[in-house]
Design a protein around this ligand. Structure first.
Ligand code: KIV
Length: 285
């Protein structure tokens, strides 16, 4: 299937067809996601939590993100890939933001970048867009600013905050964002944002009204065990499945139940005979 473009995403919004968005961090998972027809893959800086073992996304670097984004690109050559700009790769100046956004496109093969923030980052979005790079906004419970929210708290749950989120979305659209990810926001607020914006509104923990849905792939596969956010639907329990398989391997090796003959390479008869003869000759028998 041909890679979707922003025109396809706009058309999907107009027709009310949902956009399927999923995070991905490596080539193997990206292959699976492309095989089942995921529309868009986000190489999120959540890779800091999922694969790099950090407690937050803050330590993730540009080099980390380029490595993971390039891997996803190789695994899913025909899927729209969004590279997530890590903390401090865009906040310091518009010039630095454009430079780093360009690296995602040039060095990692991303189709677009995403960055966090509302009206305050509109100039950065404008600069990146003016440089010819597709940029997705991200508002609501933005993980890089979680400390400013006092932790992992849904945003827009009071009327003033909700109105301010709608204004943020409109400011990002006006600045040139091709779509906006809304995270951890009540469904009635997402609905207003969806209706007010012409561009696709994608949601994670933002309810059914959004034009598309995102989940962290490890959450939906049941690989992340520490806790389950309210908005996550687990489609399996891969953590348990993997641990069961690993435990069986540990047992098999210890009990010499693996490898059995079927997993071993043989040697042609004459080579075996010659091998034994040579060992004898070399005093190695
Ligand atoms: O990094 C990421 O995966 C994200 C999601 C949490 C929305 O930005």
């Amino acid at each position: 299937m041909a890679k979707k473009t922003i025109l396809d995403f706009l058309e999907m919004k107009e027709k009310g067809e949902k956009i399927v968005f999923l995070t991905g961090y490596n080539a193997q998972m990206a292959r699976f996601e492309e095989a089942v027809g995921v529309d868009m893959i986000l190489v999120g800086d959540s890779v800091g939590n999922t694969d790099l073992g950090y407690d937050t996304t803050l330590p993730v670097t540009m080099e980390d993100m380029l490595t993971f984004t390039a891997a996803v690109r190789r695994g899913a050559p025909n899927t729209f890939v969004v590279g997530d700009m890590p903390f401090m790769s865009y906040q310091t100046s518009v010039e630095e933001a454009i430079y780093n956004a360009g690296r995602f496109i040039k060095e990692a093969g991303a189709d677009a970048v995403k960055l966090e923030g509302g009206a305050k980052v509109a100039d950065i979005i404008r600069g990146i867009n003016d440089a010819g790079i597709l940029v997705m906004g991200h508002i609501g419970l933005t993980p890089q600013s979680a400390a400013q929210f006092g932790g992992w708290k849904a945003q827009g749950r009071n009327a003033e905050q909700a109105v301010s989120l709608v204004k943020d979305a409109l400011a990002l659209e006006e600045a040139g964002a091709f779509s906006i990810l809304v995270e951890g926001v009540p469904a009635p607020v997402s609905k207003v944002i969806r209706d007010k914006c012409r561009i696709p509104i994608l949601g994670i923990g933002a309810g059914h009204p959004c034009d598309g849905q995102l989940l962290i792939v490890y959450d939906m596969l049941g690989m992340f065990e520490a806790f389950k956010p309210k908005f996550v639907k687990r489609y399996g329990n891969l953590a348990q499945d993997i641990k069961d398989m690993l435990a069986e391997y540990v047992k098999d090796v210890r009990e010499e139940a693996f490898p059995t003959r079927e997993y071993e390479y043989g040697m042609p008869k004459e080579a075996q005979a010659l091998f034994e003869e040579l060992l004898e000759k070399e005093g190695l028998a």
